[in-house]
Write a protein that binds this ligand. Structure first.
Ligand SMILES: [Zn+2]
Length: 240
């Protein structure tokens, strides 16, 4: 179906079936603030440069992410971005000082053009946009880093969001349909490319995605950004 029709249909359905929290069922949103803050945090091991917020096995998180990704419930991006912003701020506070991780560029994990067209949006990009918006409102900055170390954009934002650097020219099988890590890596290898490489040269990068499972997608994205000359690359995901 055309993305526009999809959105219209989804809005109509929202009127007939108002939003209910994926956790407690209360009306008003697809994941209420209480259920979001009570969701269990991700505890399983990831790569050292990957930071995940919630445990994907928790039913409310799983359902909300599914709604955001496949059911047009794009408003959920704001709720997740708010939670992620806190986590990013926490980690950057240390990294700015210890590892000179300054002026990061936010880069969403891209969809292929075909999938983007089908879905009408990239959920990771929506989350990035919300993080950026929040950083302007809250003047998000690493608290222990001197302000002068953090270059601000004209709108007061701390991050630069660039979504035309990392692209996905190659269509791949859904990672979620592939069981083991080796196969997932094989599926994703060679599917990303970097354009406008001069923009990432010696820059610090924050990759954003909704879910990481084996880390294969993030590792591949990091690899191509490295090859393009990026300085340090870390990643944040809503769930693991
Ligand atoms: Zn709830």
């Amino acid at each position: 179906m055309m993305p526009v029709l999809n959105t219209i249909l989804s809005r109509m359905l929202d009127l007939i079936f108002p939003a209910r929290c994926a956790g407690c069922g209360r009306g008003g949103s697809y994941l209420c603030a209480v259920c979001l803050s009570n969701s269990p945090i991700a505890e399983r091991e990831t790569e050292r440069w990957v930071f995940s917020l919630f445990d994907y096995r928790h039913p409310a998180i799983k359902k909300a992410l599914w709604l955001l990704k496949y059911k047009n419930k794009t408003g959920l991006a704001a709720s997740f971005a708010e939670a992620l912003s806190g986590k990013i701020q926490e980690e950057l506070a240390d990294m700015a000082v210890m590892e000179n991780f300054l002026d990061p560029i936010l880069i969403p994990i891209p969809l292929s053009r075909k999938r983007h067209k089908e879905r009408g949006y990239n959920q990771a990009e929506l989350i990035c946009r919300e993080i950026l918006r929040l950083s302007k409102i809250n003047h998000l900055s690493p608290p222990s880093a001197p302000l002068s170390l953090t270059r601000r954009g004209v709108g007061g934002e701390v991050f630069t969001l660039i979504n035309n650097i990392l692209i996905k020219p190659k269509e791949t099988e859904h990672q979620a349909r592939i069981e083991n890590r080796r196969e997932r890596l094989k599926n994703i290898v060679g599917s990303f490319a970097v354009q406008n490489a001069e923009l990432v040269k010696n820059r610090n990068i924050i990759l954003i995605d909704d879910i990481t499972t084996t880390g294969a997608t993030l590792s591949e994205a990091r690899k191509v950004l490295r090859q393009a000359g990026a300085r340090k690359i870390i990643a944040f995901t809503v769930a693991h």
